[in-house]
Design a protein around this ligand. Sequence first.
Ligand SMILES: [Zn+2]
Length: 244
Amino acid sequence: MDLIKVKGIVIKETPYKDNDKIITLLTDKLGKISCMAKGCKRTKSPILANCQYLVYSEFVLSRSNTFYYVNSASVIKTFYKFRTDFDNLQIGFELTRILQTITDENQDTSEILRLLLNTIYVLENIDKDPKLVVAAFKVKLFTLLGFSPRVDKCNMCGQALKEDREMLANEGVYYDYVSNVFCCSDCVKNLDKRRYIKITEATIIAIKYVVICEINKTFSFNIKDIDNFYLFSQVYTDTMTNGI
Ligand SMILES: [Zn+2]
Protein backbone atom coordinates (compact mmCIF):
# COMPACT_ATOMS: atom_id res chain seq x y z
CA MET A 1 0.00 0.00 0.00
CA ASP A 2 1.29 3.46 -0.87
CA LEU A 3 2.10 5.74 1.99
CA ILE A 4 1.54 9.48 1.79
CA LYS A 5 3.41 12.03 3.88
CA VAL A 6 1.59 15.29 4.67
CA LYS A 7 1.79 18.10 7.16
CA GLY A 8 -1.52 18.91 8.77
CA ILE A 9 -3.35 20.35 11.74
CA VAL A 10 -6.37 18.70 13.37
CA ILE A 11 -9.39 20.98 12.87
CA LYS A 12 -11.96 18.50 14.17
CA GLU A 13 -11.90 15.27 16.14
CA THR A 14 -14.79 12.84 16.37
CA PRO A 15 -14.63 9.89 18.78
CA TYR A 16 -15.22 6.56 17.07
CA LYS A 17 -15.74 3.25 18.86
CA ASP A 18 -13.83 2.79 22.11
CA ASN A 19 -10.31 3.70 21.12
CA ASP A 20 -10.46 5.34 17.70
CA LYS A 21 -11.10 8.80 16.34
CA ILE A 22 -11.95 10.26 12.98
CA ILE A 23 -9.85 13.38 12.65
CA THR A 24 -10.26 16.15 10.10
CA LEU A 25 -6.95 17.56 8.92
CA LEU A 26 -6.18 20.76 7.08
CA THR A 27 -3.11 19.73 5.10
CA ASP A 28 -0.41 21.21 2.92
CA LYS A 29 -0.97 18.79 0.01
CA LEU A 30 -4.37 17.10 0.11
CA GLY A 31 -6.70 19.91 1.17
CA LYS A 32 -9.07 19.07 4.00
CA ILE A 33 -9.27 15.34 4.63
CA SER A 34 -10.84 12.97 7.14
CA CYS A 35 -8.65 10.21 8.56
CA MET A 36 -9.31 7.18 10.67
CA ALA A 37 -6.89 7.17 13.61
CA LYS A 38 -7.05 3.68 15.05
CA GLY A 39 -6.23 3.21 18.70
CA CYS A 40 -5.31 6.88 19.20
CA LYS A 41 -7.32 7.18 22.40
CA ARG A 42 -5.23 4.55 24.15
CA THR A 43 -2.81 6.16 26.61
CA LYS A 44 0.11 4.27 25.10
CA SER A 45 -0.76 5.05 21.49
CA PRO A 46 2.18 6.58 19.58
CA ILE A 47 -0.29 8.91 17.81
CA LEU A 48 -2.17 10.01 20.96
CA ALA A 49 -0.85 13.60 20.89
CA ASN A 50 -1.00 13.98 17.10
CA CYS A 51 -4.72 13.30 16.96
CA GLN A 52 -5.75 16.06 19.36
CA TYR A 53 -7.53 19.22 18.32
CA LEU A 54 -5.18 21.89 16.87
CA VAL A 55 -2.01 19.83 17.12
CA TYR A 56 0.17 20.28 14.02
CA SER A 57 2.10 17.20 12.86
CA GLU A 58 3.70 15.43 9.98
CA PHE A 59 1.51 12.43 9.22
CA VAL A 60 2.19 9.24 7.32
CA LEU A 61 -1.13 8.11 5.86
CA SER A 62 -2.37 5.16 3.90
CA ARG A 63 -5.50 5.13 1.84
CA SER A 64 -8.26 2.61 1.24
CA ASN A 65 -10.92 3.18 -1.41
CA THR A 66 -12.82 5.65 0.66
CA PHE A 67 -10.73 6.67 3.63
CA TYR A 68 -7.34 7.77 4.87
CA TYR A 69 -5.73 6.00 7.81
CA VAL A 70 -3.08 7.44 10.12
CA ASN A 71 -0.07 5.07 10.13
CA SER A 72 2.31 7.21 12.12
CA ALA A 73 2.94 10.85 12.95
CA SER A 74 5.44 13.19 14.51
CA VAL A 75 4.50 16.42 16.25
CA ILE A 76 5.66 19.71 14.74
CA LYS A 77 3.82 22.01 17.15
CA THR A 78 1.38 21.20 19.95
CA PHE A 79 0.19 24.80 20.56
CA TYR A 80 -0.34 23.61 24.12
CA LYS A 81 -0.58 27.10 25.62
CA PHE A 82 -3.19 28.08 23.05
CA ARG A 83 -5.27 24.94 23.50
CA THR A 84 -5.37 25.23 27.27
CA ASP A 85 -6.47 28.88 27.28
CA PHE A 86 -10.25 29.03 27.38
CA ASP A 87 -10.62 32.30 25.44
CA ASN A 88 -8.20 31.22 22.74
CA LEU A 89 -9.88 27.85 22.45
CA GLN A 90 -13.21 29.57 21.78
CA ILE A 91 -11.54 31.53 18.98
CA GLY A 92 -10.03 28.28 17.68
CA PHE A 93 -13.51 26.73 17.48
CA GLU A 94 -14.82 29.73 15.56
CA LEU A 95 -11.98 29.72 13.03
CA THR A 96 -11.96 25.97 12.44
CA ARG A 97 -15.75 25.96 12.02
CA ILE A 98 -15.32 28.40 9.14
CA LEU A 99 -12.47 26.31 7.67
CA GLN A 100 -14.59 23.18 7.79
CA THR A 101 -17.28 24.94 5.77
CA ILE A 102 -15.13 26.51 3.09
CA THR A 103 -12.33 23.99 2.44
CA ASP A 104 -12.50 20.68 0.64
CA GLU A 105 -10.49 17.61 -0.26
CA ASN A 106 -7.95 18.10 -3.09
CA GLN A 107 -8.17 21.88 -2.77
CA ASP A 108 -4.83 23.68 -2.46
CA THR A 109 -5.00 24.68 1.20
CA SER A 110 -1.27 25.19 1.76
CA GLU A 111 -1.61 28.98 2.15
CA ILE A 112 -4.72 28.68 4.28
CA LEU A 113 -2.82 26.27 6.51
CA ARG A 114 0.00 28.82 6.79
CA LEU A 115 -2.50 31.52 7.70
CA LEU A 116 -4.08 29.36 10.40
CA LEU A 117 -0.68 28.44 11.89
CA ASN A 118 0.33 32.11 11.91
CA THR A 119 -2.96 33.09 13.53
CA ILE A 120 -2.62 30.55 16.34
CA TYR A 121 1.01 31.57 16.87
CA VAL A 122 0.10 35.26 17.17
CA LEU A 123 -2.82 34.61 19.55
CA GLU A 124 -0.62 32.36 21.66
CA ASN A 125 2.53 34.46 21.81
CA ILE A 126 2.00 38.07 20.77
CA ASP A 127 0.19 40.75 22.69
CA LYS A 128 -2.42 41.74 20.09
CA ASP A 129 -6.11 42.42 20.49
CA PRO A 130 -7.77 39.08 19.61
CA LYS A 131 -10.53 40.97 17.77
CA LEU A 132 -7.97 42.43 15.37
CA VAL A 133 -6.39 39.00 14.83
CA VAL A 134 -9.72 37.29 14.18
CA ALA A 135 -10.92 40.05 11.83
CA ALA A 136 -7.66 40.06 9.85
CA PHE A 137 -7.74 36.24 9.66
CA LYS A 138 -11.20 36.32 8.10
CA VAL A 139 -10.40 39.01 5.54
CA LYS A 140 -7.16 37.24 4.58
CA LEU A 141 -8.87 33.85 4.42
CA PHE A 142 -11.43 34.99 1.86
CA THR A 143 -8.71 36.85 -0.03
CA LEU A 144 -6.73 33.59 -0.34
CA LEU A 145 -9.87 31.90 -1.63
CA GLY A 146 -10.22 34.56 -4.32
CA PHE A 147 -13.02 36.51 -2.63
CA SER A 148 -11.27 39.61 -1.35
CA PRO A 149 -13.50 42.54 -0.35
CA ARG A 150 -13.53 44.94 -3.34
CA VAL A 151 -13.43 48.23 -1.57
CA ASP A 152 -12.02 50.28 -4.45
CA LYS A 153 -15.17 51.90 -5.86
CA CYS A 154 -18.86 52.47 -5.31
CA ASN A 155 -20.88 49.72 -6.93
CA MET A 156 -23.68 52.12 -7.88
CA CYS A 157 -22.00 55.22 -9.33
CA GLY A 158 -18.44 53.95 -9.86
CA GLN A 159 -16.90 56.73 -7.75
CA ALA A 160 -13.58 55.74 -6.17
CA LEU A 161 -13.90 55.02 -2.45
CA LYS A 162 -10.78 56.70 -1.19
CA GLU A 163 -9.78 56.49 2.41
CA ASP A 164 -9.98 60.24 2.36
CA ARG A 165 -10.29 61.58 5.89
CA GLU A 166 -12.79 64.30 5.15
CA MET A 167 -15.05 62.26 2.98
CA LEU A 168 -15.24 59.43 5.46
CA ALA A 169 -15.51 61.57 8.54
CA ASN A 170 -18.57 63.30 7.07
CA GLU A 171 -20.15 60.73 4.88
CA GLY A 172 -18.75 57.26 5.27
CA VAL A 173 -18.66 54.23 3.06
CA TYR A 174 -21.27 51.49 3.26
CA TYR A 175 -21.11 47.74 2.84
CA ASP A 176 -24.17 46.09 1.34
CA TYR A 177 -24.14 42.62 2.84
CA VAL A 178 -27.03 41.38 0.73
CA SER A 179 -25.27 41.99 -2.60
CA ASN A 180 -21.70 41.93 -1.19
CA VAL A 181 -20.74 45.33 -2.64
CA PHE A 182 -19.58 48.69 -1.32
CA CYS A 183 -21.43 51.93 -1.78
CA CYS A 184 -20.72 55.63 -1.35
CA SER A 185 -22.82 57.78 0.96
CA ASP A 186 -24.53 59.62 -1.90
CA CYS A 187 -25.89 56.47 -3.45
CA VAL A 188 -26.90 54.92 -0.16
CA LYS A 189 -29.24 57.83 0.61
CA ASN A 190 -31.94 56.48 -1.65
CA LEU A 191 -31.57 52.86 -0.65
CA ASP A 192 -32.85 50.64 2.15
CA LYS A 193 -30.29 51.30 4.88
CA ARG A 194 -31.10 48.12 6.77
CA ARG A 195 -29.00 46.08 4.38
CA TYR A 196 -25.89 48.21 4.89
CA ILE A 197 -23.29 48.62 7.56
CA LYS A 198 -21.26 51.80 7.74
CA ILE A 199 -17.53 51.23 7.65
CA THR A 200 -14.89 53.63 8.87
CA GLU A 201 -11.74 55.00 7.33
CA ALA A 202 -9.64 52.78 9.61
CA THR A 203 -11.54 49.70 8.45
CA ILE A 204 -10.97 50.53 4.79
CA ILE A 205 -7.25 51.00 5.38
CA ALA A 206 -7.11 47.73 7.32
CA ILE A 207 -9.00 45.80 4.62
CA LYS A 208 -6.72 47.15 1.87
CA TYR A 209 -3.62 46.28 3.88
CA VAL A 210 -4.70 42.72 4.71
CA VAL A 211 -5.73 41.98 1.13
CA ILE A 212 -2.29 42.75 -0.30
CA CYS A 213 0.15 41.89 2.52
CA GLU A 214 2.24 38.70 2.83
CA ILE A 215 0.56 35.99 4.91
CA ASN A 216 3.09 36.32 7.72
CA LYS A 217 2.42 40.09 7.90
CA THR A 218 -1.36 39.71 8.20
CA PHE A 219 -1.40 40.92 11.80
CA SER A 220 1.44 43.44 11.62
CA PHE A 221 -0.67 46.55 11.97
CA ASN A 222 -2.69 48.42 14.54
CA ILE A 223 -6.02 50.10 14.16
CA LYS A 224 -7.93 52.68 16.19
CA ASP A 225 -11.43 51.43 15.59
CA ILE A 226 -11.10 47.67 16.05
CA ASP A 227 -14.83 47.18 16.68
CA ASN A 228 -15.82 48.45 13.24
CA PHE A 229 -13.21 46.27 11.48
CA TYR A 230 -14.33 43.31 13.60
CA LEU A 231 -17.99 43.91 12.76
CA PHE A 232 -17.17 44.14 9.06
CA SER A 233 -15.22 40.87 9.18
CA GLN A 234 -18.12 39.09 10.89
CA VAL A 235 -20.71 40.34 8.42
CA TYR A 236 -18.40 39.59 5.48
CA THR A 237 -17.81 36.04 6.72
CA ASP A 238 -21.54 35.47 7.12
CA THR A 239 -22.18 36.78 3.61
CA MET A 240 -19.45 34.61 2.09
CA THR A 241 -20.24 31.40 3.96
CA ASN A 242 -24.00 31.66 3.37
CA GLY A 243 -23.32 31.74 -0.34
CA ILE A 244 -21.32 28.52 -0.28
ZN1 LIG B 1 -21.98 55.94 -5.35
